[in-house]
Every structure is written in C-alpha cells, then in structure tokens.
Design a protein around this ligand. Structure first.
Ligand SMILES: [Zn+2]
Ligand SMILES: [Zn+2]
Length: 342
C-alpha cells in the first residue's frame, strides 16, 4: 500500500508540474507565485538567490530561448528509446501485429514535421508593409478590439484580433498565444500546424499508452497470475490482487511502468488541451480572446475592468457556422472587411 501511495503521489506531482508548465498560458502566474514564495522565505533565501530564481524564470518564460524545445526533444527521445528498447522487442516476442507496433513511429514522424513547421513558420507578423492588409481582415468590435488603437512598441495600428507578443517583441495577426514548447507565437498563419502538432502528439502518447498497457495485460494473462497466491508479512497465503499486481509489475518492469504512468497522464492532459483547442476553433475564438472575454463577463471592481468594457458587453462577432469556424484554422481569413462594408 505504501508503494501505491508513493506512486499516486508521483503521478499527482507530475500532473501539477505539467499543468503549471504546459497548459497554463499565463506564465506571469508562475513568476508571481515564485515571487510570492520567495518573499515568504526571504528570511531563509538570500536576496541574491531570489534575484537569480526570478532572473531564471524571466529567461525561461519571458524571452525567446531553445530550452523547452531541447527539453521537448529529450523527453520525446527518452520515451521512444524506452519503447524501442523494451516494449517493441517484448511485443515482437509475444507476436503483436507489426502495424500496431509501428503506429507510434509513424505518428512521431508526422508529429516532428508539424512541430518543425510550427517552430519555424511565420505566425502572421504585422509589419509596415502588411499593416493595411491586416487591418481589412477582421471587423473591429469596439469592445475588445477598438478601431484606431496603435501598438506603442511597434508603432503600428492594431488590426482587430491582433496582439503584441512581449516575448517575441512583435505584433501578431489573430494572436492565439506564445507557446514556449515551440518557441514561437501561434497566430493566423501557423495555428493549423500547431493544431496538427497537438493532435499527433496526443495520438502518439495515447498509442504508446495503449501498446504498453496491452503488453502488460498480455503478460499478466499469459502468466496466469490472478490464479496464484503469495505469502504476506504475517505469513498468510493471499490471492494476488490488483495492488499486488501493480507492485509486482513495477518491480519487474520499472522503466515500462514509469513510462506508462507518464504517457497516460500526458495523454489525458494533451487530450484535454486538444478538446479546449477544438472548442476555441469551433467557436472562432483565440486563447487570447477567450482569456480576455472572461474579464468582461466576470463581475469585478470597475477599476480592474478593461477600459472599453465599462459601457459594453462583449460578444464574439467573429463566430459563424461551425464548418466556417473550423475552416478558418486551415484557411486564414483574407482581407474582405472593406468589401463587406461597401
Ligand atoms: Zn507590437
Ligand atoms: Zn511570441
């Protein structure tokens, strides 16, 4: 039982860690959280160490760097090495179908293609040259996106649905969010690659979780373990139950069970995030707009409300029919706003 508690503790810790780093789009929370903690422990942690921690967090989450890309590739490499090293070989011995075993590799190849495309593609950077064109793509709703607003950093007029990314220091058309795992902004032009990258990453994690689970179940069935008994600490003969079985499998195949725990948690997290992305695509919202819309809906102190929200209620004017909304992910809207007004 101690083992199971420790294993659940490990899963919970991993879950919290991954949610904090991958899912939470507002990394200000992480910095804020650490700033709060360092203030609490200021008597223990020296000023110099506090500055070093905050400096490191600033570098990780608020500047463009390749740390998370390297971490991403290391994690992916480690999981696939373990899969090839142990599971692939054992499964071949158990005569698993080769198509079934190769599926995670196919998904990896497709995933790496979309990962690279998301990393290197232009998300829709607004420049002096294309500013006028982008201004005509979406209508200004005068609540979240008022007309005649400029970006003080880029000295450009802000097209509707655009946002200045403080990490990349540029304004991005139909800005969704800045993703640290691809070290790039997600905007109108690369959201399709990001979406397919997320889909294939979820599928590869899920396929690996399924193959590993089937392999372990097959082992248990073949060894006929459920019909066997063991002697407990008090010397009594006990029938093998699920808890004993998990402990046995962990002790016999520690790396496989550890990897399985990781890919199962990852599959659920990525699956959840994929569903959220699908919801945003179906309702024609960006993560940035979804986040801002909550500020308009939530009852808050007037001073903390966005200035344009004082006299308006936010309504998503960009959502059309479901298929048109989903299509906009793969075929970014062209400049048609002028034509519509005429
Ligand atoms: Zn800007
Ligand atoms: Zn960015």
């Amino acid at each position: 039982m101690d083992f199971l508690v420790l294993f659940l503790f490990y899963l919970a810790l991993m879950l919290i860690g991954v949610v904090m780093i991958c899912i939470c789009p507002e990394m200000h929370y992480v910095t804020g959280l650490v700033r709060g903690r360092t203030q609490i422990f200021s008597c223990i942690i020296s000023e110099c160490l506090q500055q070093a921690i905050l400096g490191l967090l600033h570098y990780l989450f608020h500047t463009r760097n390749y740390i998370f890309i390297i971490l991403h590739l290391i994690l992916q490499g480690a999981i696939y090495t373990e899969y090839t090293w142990e599971i692939f070989g054992y499964c071949q011995e158990l005569e698993f179908s080769l198509c079934y075993l190769i599926l995670p590799y196919l998904l990896l190849i497709i995933n790496l293609i979309f990962f690279t495309l998301t990393c290197v593609s232009n998300p829709g950077t607004i420049t002096k040259a294309n500013e006028l064109l982008f201004l005509k793509v979406y209508e200004f709703d005068e609540v979240m996106f008022p007309m005649n607003r400029s970006c003080p950093t880029c000295d450009l007029r802000k097209p509707a649905r655009s946002k200045h990314c403080s990490v990349c220091n540029r304004c991005v058309h139909r800005f969704d969010h800045h993703c640290i795992w691809v070290n790039n902004c997600i905007g109108a032009w690369n959201v399709k690659y990001f979406f397919l990258y997320l889909l294939t990453l979820t599928a590869s994690a899920a396929s690996m979780a399924v193959v590993s689970t089937v392999f372990l179940v097959q082992l248990v069935v073949l060894s006929d373990m459920y019909s066997k008994t063991y002697i407990d600490d008090l010397g009594h003969s006990q029938v093998i139950d699920t808890v004993f079985l998990i402990q046995y499998l962990f002790l016999t195949f520690p790396r496989i069970v550890f990897m399985l725990g990781f890919v199962v948690v990852l599959s659920f997290l990525l699956g959840g995030y994929l569903c959220f992305s699908l919801y945003l695509a179906a309702t024609n919202q960006t993560t940035n707009e979804w986040h801002k819309a909550r500020a308009y809906c939530q009852p808050c102190h007037p001073a903390s409300r966005p200035p344009s929200a004082k006299s308006h209620v936010y309504q998503n004017i960009y959502s059309r029919r479901l298929w048109s909304n989903l299509g906009e992910i793969f075929l970014p809207a062209a400049a048609h706003y002028d034509r519509k007004k005429k």
